[in-house]
Write a protein that binds this ligand. Structure first.
Ligand code: SF4
Ligand code: FES
Length: 249
């Protein structure tokens, strides 16, 4: 296949950016999307040009490092799929694909398709850690937690922190990410003790980082590669309000 690319190139945070056209030739349908970009970069390097900067690490959908917009959609057209899991067989010979970085004030651009997502790290840091003493390793069934609760906690913990939810949101809100992190600890017995303090600290850090408010549009859920449900946002709001007005933190 031959794929026409239009890639956002920007040398740095303060440099001027523009879309640059590239042609990816001899693309195998079995290539992953990032392998296709690797091949384009090898061609650029061979010509002495600057390769396209993009993030990746695990390349199997578990680390959250990768992510950019493909034709305006975070992680591209396949639901529940990070861009590193996307394959070129999803596209047709002659397709034109526009690649752009996440666009949000709280994710300043580093270079080309790479943005700084350290705001997510600071939200997690604000949550602190579970400081209660749970003693030694428990027997398997010593802390009985209903299976539906365990499943919800695990589903929330699946968030890989990629930032696609922010990129899809017209308010650039990180509510889905923050609520997933709040939920997965709040739901489990071990996380109950500090859940009020944690919810308030993480929501306040979210706002301080410059992310917008959630207005229940649902784009975040639609593009999330881990299909984190927006019911987490409702839980976060309940946790926050309860902490502010009942626990009076
Ligand atoms: S909620 Fe989904 S889209 Fe948002 S950071 Fe987590 S995995 Fe990525
Ligand atoms: S590179 Fe790890 S999730 Fe895509």
């Amino acid at each position: 296949m031959r794929i026409n690319l239009r890639v956002w190139r920007q040398p740095g945070p303060n440099g001027e950016g523009t879309l640059v056209a590239y042609s990816a030739a001899d693309v195998s349908p079995d290539m992953s999307f990032l392998e296709m970009l690797d091949a384009v970069n090898e061609g650029l390097i061979a010509k002495g040009d600057d390769p396209i900067a993009f993030d990746s690490d695990c390349r199997e959908g578990i680390c959250g490092a990768c992510g950019f917009l493909i034709n305006g959609v975070p992680h591209g057209p396949d639901p529940g799929t990070a861009v590193c899991q996307l394959h070129m067989r999803r596209f047709r010979d002659g397709d034109t694909l526009v690649l752009e970085p996440w666009r949000a004030r709280a994710f300043p651009l580093v270079k080309d398709l790479v943005v700084d997502r350290s705001a997510f790290d600071r939200i997690i840091q604000a949550g602190g850690y579970t400081s209660i003493n749970v003693g030694g390793a428990q027997d398997g069934n010593a802390i009985l937690i209903p299976k539906p609760v365990v499943e919800q906690a695990m589903d929330s913990a699946a968030c890989i922190g990629c930032g696609a939810c922010v990129a899809a949101c017209k308010n650039a809100s990180a509510a889905l990410f923050t609520s997933a992190k709040i939920s997965h600890l709040a739901l489990l017995t071990q996380g109950h003790v500090e859940k009020d303090r944690r919810a308030v600290a993480m929501v306040e850090r979210h706002d301080a980082e410059g992310f917008g408010s959630c207005s229940n549009e649902g784009e975040c859920e639609a593009v999330c590669p881990k299909e984190i449900p927006i019911t987490n946002i409702a839980r976060m709001n309940r946790e926050y309000l309860r902490a502010m007005f009942v626990a009076r933190l």
